[in-house]
Design a protein around this ligand. Structure first.
Ligand code: AMP
Length: 218
């Protein structure tokens, strides 16, 4: 299965993709993580992406699409994967459809995790991530057992530079202007599943799993 996780920054796409990826045994493909990894390796793509990420803007479609299509050509994605953070524009959605279609594959479902704006800002400004395994924490909602250390792997926790309040607002604007139109694109294809993301993590996961199970039995 090829599944897309959609939602504003801070909606919980990464967290839910992690849960689903274990539940369904599918690789988790996160475009933002791929850009951050490229930046750590100081590649051209990584350095170019950083200039856009720091401003809360999207990285140009051409670069993003190329990176993702190369990633899904890897053998682990041959029978499916979970997309997290991609597509974010109509052009990306269409390019993904075209590439999958050429190989006789297709997107099965797009899951839209809905969260009110004021909750998104609260979540992002308190977010800390593990540098090693990317597990997210929140200073008040889900703090780590030991401050600054990942419960799962002991890695160092850090705050993303684009989680500052100014950049967060720009990322939300970008989501509304550029990503919201693709909800309609998947809705028209009968692939959109909407879930309430303003619940605790397990409650959101239960909604997603039951909606997917129901859609598969049809
Ligand atoms: P994320 O980790 O998904 O919040 O992504 C962090 C940043 O990476 C975004 O604010 C964008 O600058 C960039 N990015 C991630 N995915 C995409 C995408 N599909 N298209 C364009 N830019 C992206």
């Amino acid at each position: 299965m090829y599944i897309i996780m959609l939602g504003a920054p801070g909606a919980g796409k990464g967290t839910q993709a992690d849960i689903l990826s274990q539940e369904m045994n599918l690789p988790h493909i996160a475009s933002g993580d791929l850009f951050r990894q490229a930046l750590e390796k100081r590649t051209d793509v990584g350095l170019l992406a950083k200039s856009h990420m720091d401003k809360g803007e999207l990285v140009p479609d051409e670069i993003t699409i190329k990176m993702i299509l190369e990633r899904i050509d890897q053998p682990d994605c041959a029978s499916g994967c979970l997309f997290d953070g991609f597509p974010r524009t109509l052009q990306q959605a269409k390019a993904l459809d075209k590439a999958l279609k050429e190989q006789g594959r297709t997107i099965d479902k797009a899951i839209y995790i809905e969260v009110p704006d004021e909750e998104l800002v609260k979540r992002l400004s308190g977010r800390w991530l593990c540098r090693t395994c990317q597990t997210p924490y929140h200073i008040t909602n889900s703090p780590p057992k030991t401050p600054g250390k990942c419960d799962r792997c002991g890695g160092e926790l850090y705050q993303r530079s684009d989680d500052r309040e100014e950049t967060v607002k720009e990322r939300l604007n970008v989501f509304l202007a550029q990503t919201v139109p693709i909800l309609d694109y998947y809705e028209k294809q009968g692939k959109l599943i909407r879930v309430n993301g303003n619940l605790e993590m397990q409650g959101v996961a239960r909604q997603i799993i039951s909606a997917l199970t129901a859609s598969m039995s049809h």
